[in-house]
Design a protein around this ligand. Structure first.
Ligand code: GLA
Ligand code: ZN
Length: 679
């Protein structure tokens, strides 16, 4: 059997929540009520300690673990598990008061006062030391407690600091990168432009509100540095944890559409991925929201190539969006099961109980201010818990994908920073979502991967808008196609290198030109109201935003522009390269052109849907599968609010929740079904 549980000491689906009992320390009757309600809600886990530092270390070096002792003991006696968090996400007053260096400095050079959370300086030696101390105490005290199954490091790392310590660390980072040679830096940054040549590393300042932002290589390296320094901070957190509790797996909770950290760089310091999902349900067609959310589930699963945890989600609404809408009946269970379908081994909520005051008092929670189980939200959570128990055999199983979409943070940063194209509206996220959706709506499992990840085994790899392609990526893509893969690239491919310098001698750069068999000459950015057209297959497709003018070298032209002065020049090409093929889409379309191209590639490659879909499934419907190597589990989800859908399976299968066997299934609005195909 092929299984891997994120928390190996608890090989089950986890159903739990962020739990902040320290807010109720003066009314412990609430704790006892919580224990009863946790049982009723069919939960089996609570994540504790996230913001508990002020209680655990009320003054410097004075520790008081009584509340945590009591709560972990209660949760354990209640038959449930704990994911223990390190408290570095928010600090106690005394720490900021005594050591102001722990407070962040903004881009304007102004140091923050004590406020908010997730805003410490990640370079400060004092903060690092204090965090290591408290983590050591926690590890020593709870590391061998059988109730504790994993570590949750800090909370949603984000942001940057411009203090002197961070600026110095950035200079060291650059010295290391450029062999302590300022000329090498100048050359790679094209710094002679506007006479901005650096005479020494001390002249370098991080890009900010009043500082240099015109050197793109510098901007990119600053973003890389922020990821690097966040990671260095996490490594400090982990020192005592790895030493004292090598048996406990570690994660940190990542986020939706998070821009500022390259999470691919976290893979060698965490043991499993986890993330916090807060989609804007009902803000438009829910299938659009569902497929975007699916993209991030797929990314976090692909990150570590194994099951991940949905660390936070709201059972109803959040309180920090401009409009905070309740999840409609059915959608909470469906969106929870969506995570499972994509490879999550948990459904966890923020938060277990609504706080009574402060900024999150109106954020959704399993238990509201009424404190009872007699609510719609509580019943929904309970239902999810019951379902997870019924399908527990799926926990630990994998998602096998035959296709992947490449998404890359560095590419996004470089692309957004570049002054050109549609200057402030490149739409990289949206474009990646659009390509991913092609598979989502056909019921085809899809991975989201870095351009440097191992692509062997994928039948189709899509690389949208891969503007920054460094030497390693070019090699990786070339080898993938050469060995028989199908690569589907687009406009802007292979434009700049790792330092954001333009490739000379024609793009797509270097060997990519041979792989695609084309050379690009110019890109036309259309005004938002402009349209262009191409004919591919039988149909005409509308083109928007970008039309790249390319010339075939060895590629075959399969679609040409129908309008403008570049009429008749190629819009889509296909090139054979060794054992594989490379398709190039030179212009952006809404969806119909890429949909037609993907149909062609699916046919050619033999990629299959997990259901019997020919072409797209009914609107709003999707399907995914997980496997333990012996059994196949198929999830069918319907995101339509008012239409039921009929889906044909590949053969008769058992519905795991009703016990019935069927081949044609009817899925209610906001409904789902889980089938098992035994081998
Ligand atoms: C994040 C945080 C939580 C909470 C939720 C609210 O995910 O990690 O502490 O603030 O947002 O949605
Ligand atoms: Zn700093």
């Amino acid at each position: 059997m092929k299984k891997k549980h994120p928390c190996s000491s608890f090989p089950h689906f986890i159903h739990g929540a962020d739990y902040n009992p320290e807010q109720w320390i003066y009314d412990k009757a609430v704790w006892d009520m919580d224990m009863q309600l946790m049982e009723k809600a069919h939960t089996n886990e609570m994540t504790v300690g996230i913001f508990s530092w002020a209680k655990l270390e009320p003054s410097e070096g004075v520790y008081d673990f009584s509340f945590l002792d009591e709560i972990i003991d209660k949760i354990g006696k209640n038959g449930k598990k704990v994911i223990l968090s390190t408290p570095s996400g928010a600090r106690p007053h005394w720490l900021a008061e005594k050591y102001p260096e722990v407070l962040r400095v903004g881009q304007d050079g102004v140091r923050e006062h004590f406020r908010a959370r997730e805003n410490h300086c990640f370079t400060s030696p004092v903060y690092r030391e204090k965090v290591k101390n408290i983590n050591r105490k926690l590890a020593e005290r709870y590391g061998n407690n059988p109730t504790v199954i994993a570590w949750h490091i800090s909370n949603e790392f984000n942001g940057e600091c411009h203090c002197q310590l961070c600026c110095d660390a950035f200079r060291d980072f650059l010295k290391n990168k450029f062999n302590n040679n300022i000329d090498e830096l100048n050359h790679n940054y094209w710094a002679d432009f506007w006479s901005h040549t650096y005479a020494n590393f001390e002249q370098i300042e991080p890009p900010g509100k009043n500082t240099e932002t015109g050197i793109h290589g510098l901007n990119l390296d600053w973003k890389r540095f922020v990821t690097h320094q966040t990671k260095e901070f996490i490594k400090c957190e982990l020192e005592p944890i790895r030493e004292i509790t090598p048996h406990l797996p570690v994660t940190t909770n990542m986020m939706f559409e998070f821009y500022d950290i390259d999470y691919y760089k976290f893979v060698d310091i965490i043991d499993f991925a986890s993330w916090d999902s807060y989609p804007e349900w009902h803000s438009c067609d829910d299938s659009v929201i569902a497929s975007k959310t699916a993209f991030w589930h797929d990314l976090y699963r692909s990150l570590m190539k194994k099951p991940f945890l949905l660390m936070e989600s709201t059972p109803s609404l959040v309180n920090w969006k401009p409009y905070n809408k309740m999840k409609r009946p059915g959608l909470d269970v469906l969106s929870s099961l969506q995570a499972i379908a994509h490879g999550s081994d948990s459904v966890q909520y923020f938060q277990w109980r609504k706080s009574r005051g402060s900024s999150e008092k109106f954020h959704g929670a399993v238990v509201g201010h009424d404190g009872t189980d007699n609510t719609r939200v509580f019943r929904s959570v309970k239902k999810t818990g019951e379902i997870l128990e019924a399908i527990d055999e799926i926990a630990g199983s994998f998602v096998d994908s035959q296709v992947a979409v490449i998404f890359d943070w560095e590419n996004m940063w470089a692309l957004d920073d570049c002054q050109g194209y549609a200057k402030d509206d490149k739409k990289y996220f949206e474009t990646c979502y659009d390509y991913h959706r092609l598979f989502w709506e056909r019921g085809i499992n899809c991975d989201i991967v870095s351009p440097k990840s191992d692509l062997k085994g994928y039948k189709i790899v899509v690389a949208p808008m891969l503007y920054l392609t460094d030497a390693e990526t070019i090699e990786n893509l070339k080898n993938y196609v050469s060995d028989g893969g199908i690569l589907y690239g687009t406009y802007m491919m292979g434009t700049v290198d790792a330092n954001d310098l333009c490739y000379l001698g024609g793009i797509p750069a270097k060997d990519l030109r041979k792989v695609f068999g084309i050379v690009s000459e110019e890109i036309d950015t259309l005004y938002p109201h402009e349209r262009c057209h191409t004919v591919f297959g039988e149909a005409e497709h509308e083109l928007i935003d970008y039309c790249e003018v390319i010339h075939p070298e060895t590629a075959e032209v399969v679609a040409s522009y129908c309008d403008g002065f570049y009429k008749y020049s190629p819009a889509v090409t296909i090139n054979s390269f060794n054992k594989g093929k490379a398709v190039y889409q030179a212009a952006r379309d809404r969806q119909s052109l890429k949909s037609a191209i993907i149909d062609m590639l699916i046919q050619e490659s033999g990629v299959t849907s997990v259901v019997d879909a020919l072409g797209v499934l009914p609107h709003g419907v999707t399907a995914h599968s997980r496997t333990d190597g012996e059994n196949l589990y198929i999830f069918v989800e319907n995101y339509s609010c008012d239409e039921s859908a009929t889906v044909k399976l590949r053969k008769k299968m058992k519905n795991m929740l009703t016990g019935e066997f069927c081949e044609i299934c009817e899925i209610a609005p906001y409904g789902f079904a889980i089938f098992k195909e035994e081998h």
